[in-house]
Design a protein around this ligand. Structure first.
Ligand code: UDP
Ligand code: MG
Length: 136
């Protein structure tokens, strides 16, 4: 039975700035993901605020939105069996210091705010986030 799904991935400014996007994309491919669509963009702070609206009451919201809009990012639609969970596993914990060995955030993340990658956390959010960046 197939459970092929799509998820939204973002390579965040800290990783793009360090030219890690090629390496990170290779990690996705090596872990069975297909990159269905991708684009390198820089977003306005206002767009970042919309994207992270779920976090608007959090103390880190303002810095988070400034950060996501601070430089180029690579946004991708990834496809795989159980894509959402598989991507969250590959990414590792939000805080790179707590992320398991071999995960992207362990390998590439600098700190909890500069943790190199974003991944959708549910099927519903994956659809919303894919539409946010790729709906024409
Ligand atoms: N974040 C932060 N400080 C915190 C918690 C989160 O700067 O104390 C940032 C971090 O970059 C994280 C993003 O906010 O990736 C969204 O937080 P979430 O809890 O959704 O983590 P994620 O789903 O990215 O693992
Ligand atoms: Mg999240």
């Amino acid at each position: 039975m197939s459970n092929v799904k799509q998820t939204l991935s973002i390579i965040k400014p800290d990783a793009v700035e360090r030219n890690l996007d090629g390496q990170i994309k290779e990690e996705f491919l090596n872990n069975g993901f297909k990159i269905i669509q991708e684009k390198k963009i820089q977003i306005e702070k206002q767009e970042a605020e919309k994207f992270y609206k779920v976090h608007e009451t959090k103390p880190f919201y303002n810095d988070l939105c400034s950060y996501l809009s601070s430089g180029p990012i690579v946004v991708m639609i990834l496809e795989r069996e159980n894509a959402i969970i598989a991507n969250r596993e590959l990414m590792g914990s939000t805080n790179p210091k707590e992320a398991a060995e071999g995960t992207l955030r362990k390998k590439f993340g600098i700190s909890i705010d500069k943790n190199s990658v974003h991944g959708s956390d549910s099927e519903e959010n994956a659809r919303i986030e894919i539409d946010f960046f790729f709906k024409s």
